[in-house]
Design a protein around this ligand. Sequence first.
Ligand code: GLC
Length: 433
Amino acid sequence: MPAQTVRAILAANDRGGYTVPNNRVYPFQWNWDSAFVAMGFALLDEDRAFTELERLFEAQWPDGMVPHIVFHVDAEGYYPGPEHWGTPATAPRSSGITQPPVAASAAWRIVEAARDRVAAEARARALLPKLFASHAWWHEVRDPDGSGLVRVVNPWETGRDNSPEWDAPLAAVVPTVSVGHLRQDNKRVDPKERPTDDFYNRVMTLVTAARATGWDNRRIAVESAFRVCDIGIQSILIRADRDLAALARALAEPGMAARLEAWADRSAAALAGLVAPDGSWRSKDLVSGRLADASVSAGFLPLYARAASQAEADAAAARFRAWAGRVARMVPSTDPGDPRFDPHRYWRGPVWSVVNFMIADGFAHYGHDDIAARIRRDTGQLTTRHGFAEYFDPVTGAPLGGRDFSWTAAIALLWNLVGVDQPVGGESDPPAA
Ligand code: GLC
């Protein structure tokens, strides 16, 4: 395949107002992928950027949840498809779980930087009640005790599907289904770079149990066998609350802004309960009450949330430097000193551009510009040498997973890593394994 450009990748993955992450592995609209893609599109076409978010919110559930996959049209080659989810959503069909709430931050970023502010505010005004309802859903339905810690009920919701943080909480889920033969992902990408069949069996057991409630989110939030506070989502939501509050103020909705700030304050205060003895922030298993035994890159995201003290941010910078002594390219998704660190397998080691983008933003906010610059440079070298892969090996830099990935291209655009029409190195999808 000839070298690709950012513009060509986004155009090839555009399905008419929404963008698929990658045609071969993920042929539908994904929630947080679209939020990053919208931020990237805004640099090329603000109208198209808003359309990306609007198409996502077409799938919002009546209770406020924004689903993690929107099946606008049928497509071959993905498991679990709409028939396996069996949700009540019909127009469009969707999965029954959510993903990290980046959309409000995308909307505010686009408005703040808009070349046509009047047009952008008009589009944002129409989205505002929907965005607000999605944040209310997180803080109410997904925090039934009002503790400030929001919960996920399935590892796929975290967007960091097979992180070692979920090993212990998933081990307590007794598999009732066996779905390995239905999988498509490991036939399209090298199985060594994908989760295991055992992981899929347990995750689909959770889907089956949720489906048996008739997709009643209030029940699922308290009954699911997997109930975890993910440090990634907890941080991303706080940041998104603040960003949405800023948008609400800009649109003269001070009441909404006050509610959002109050939620963000409560969730930021609750982060104190997620600090491990080594000072790192961790996810928490709300079933066992234990903090995760794995330190992961999402543990840097309280800085992105602006919810750390300066001393905490400085300690995070020291942890970052310790990690950097063990790998060539930052930021590996799992602590490279952890025995479960695997530089090839998905969220157990590889580098992901979107997470890098948020981590760098956090360090820059706390004055660690050298770290932010290092992360941007590493991301730039990975993409310019190896193309817009789904993720990268932090030791060798090798491209992994799917190729021509929308969100990897969007981050290259946001960080100005390559010109939009400038070709970069790149390889086409690996042959089916
Ligand atoms: C994988 C990733 C998830 C992403 C999706 C589409 O499932 O783990 O974060 O949203 O692919 O790119």
